[in-house]
Write a protein that binds this ligand. Structure first.
Ligand code: PLP
Length: 397
């Protein structure tokens, strides 16, 4: 006779209990659920390029698989990709980095998460501009530290200014975390502001983490990278980047960081226990993209630039919506509070209303710390964009 053993409930760690699902991934999941029920959802929620991954990357990865390049690699990534990345930053920005100054990670997200674990601890603060990407505050808290957000303003396109950032620094500050172009606002930073922030941080022994995931997508001015300051401030600057958006390779999960030797070593150690190496053949594809997919990136840049005008114009035609064309990235972040009312009291309720009533997925601004806004991605076809704009306008009429 079998004995029935009842399972007692299992407690989660305080860390896990305090963390919520990423709001952007939640929207994607909700949209997928509706689609599975046969609903024709227009997805303006996901930050997912609609372009195919570059053919050169696909072919290189396919060849790597065929050649049996399917085993563990060095934990920090294949040396060829590390060297090529460092070379690209040397050439474009005069950075002092060699391959050993980089770690290839499982997406930019893992680079940021491993950096948080390597650098932050209880009682410390991390200063960052707001609105900000959903994962920054969660990752900082997960590492035990506290995010200190500094508002950027809609009036100047959510530009990052050095003054307010530096005023937020206290004796508890460990790092300044920048993201320009910014997800969700598209806000950028001027080279003078970046320089002031890095020089200030260097004097005080703080780290500046510059998340440059959207570096290639700026529309009004050339890209600005903290890599250009790394030769002068080698102990201060850490650059995080990703193949996800630049090369439309989100699912490949290849990102990276470059920075001071001690930080690189600490991240390598953490990664060696967390993921081991990023996927072997995906790194081969990423290397091919880095070397040969420049023309594809240019096509995407031009197309996003055209789409930002379409989306901003379309949003400004909707009563209660106000949108400046974003300076970078591929998100529109209109102020929508003027259309709040019964059934759509705030950005979360409005996003739900648009999903249920118009089958359009958008992300509530509250997820980024900006409850008067919503985020709409224009990394989707023009037809999708126009259909989404029409549906939103009709649902709010
Ligand atoms: N940083 C920012 C600001 C992002 O928006 C994202 C993705 O949405 C990432 C980092 C991470 O991207 P991935 O992990 O796909 O490289």
């Amino acid at each position: 006779m079998s004995v029935v053993i009842r399972s007692a409930p299992v407690d989660l760690s305080a860390r896990a209990a305090a963390i919520a699902e990423s709001a952007t991934l939640r929207v994607t999941r909700r949209a997928a659920e509706l689609r599975a029920r046969g609903v024709q959802v227009v997805d303006l929620g996901a930050g997912e390029p609609d372009f195919p991954s570059p053919a050169v990357a696909v072919e290189a990865a396919r060849q790597a698989l065929a050649d049996g390049f399917t085993r563990y690699t060095p934990g920090s990534g294949i040396p060829e990709l590390r060297a090529a990345l460092a070379e690209s930053y040397r050439e474009r920005y005069g950075a002092p980095w060699q391959g050993n100054d980089s770690v290839i990670t499982v997406g930019g997200k893992a680079a940021l998460f491993e950096l948080a674990l390597a650098l932050f601890e209880g009682g410390q603060e991390v200063v960052l501009p707001s609105p900000c990407w959903v994962s920054f505050p969660e990752q900082i808290r997960f590492a035990g530290a506290s995010p200190v957000t500094v508002p950027t303003k809609v009036g100047d396109g959510f530009r990052i200014h050095a003054g307010p950032i530096l005023e937020a620094v206290t004796s508890r500050t460990r790092a300044i975390l920048l993201n320009a172009p910014c997800n969700p606002t598209g806000g950028v930073i001027a080279p003078e502001d970046l320089r002031r922030i890095v020089a200030f941080a260097a004097e005080r022994g703080l780290v500046v983490i510059s998340d440059e995931t959207y570096e290639r997508f700026t529309y009004d001015a050339p890209p600005v990278s903290a890599a250009a300051l790394a030769a002068e401030f080698p102990e201060t600057v850490v650059v995080v980047g990703s193949f996800s958006k630049t090369y439309a390779m989100t699912g490949w999960r290849i990102g990276y960081l470059l920075g001071p030797a001690a930080i690189v070593k600490a991240v390598e150690n953490i990664q060696s226990h967390a993921t081991s190496n990023p996927t072997s053949f995906a790194m081969v594809g990423a290397l091919a993209a880095l070397r040969h997919a420049g023309p594809e990136v240019e096509v995407m840049q031009a197309e996003y630039k055209a789409r930002r005008e379409i989306i901003a114009a379309g949003l400004n035609r909707i009563p209660g919506f106000q949108c400046r064309p974003p300076s970078g990235a591929f998100y529109a972040f209109p102020r929508v509070a003027a259309c709040y009312g019964p059934g759509r009291e705030d950005s979360t309720a409005l996003a739900e209303y648009l999903l249920e009533q118009a089958s359009v997925a958008v992300v509530p601004g509250a997820a980024f710390g900006a409850g008067e806004h919503i985020r709409l991605s224009f990394a989707c076809s023009r037809a999708t964009l126009e259909e989404g704009l029409e549906r939103i306008a009709a649902a709010l009429r």
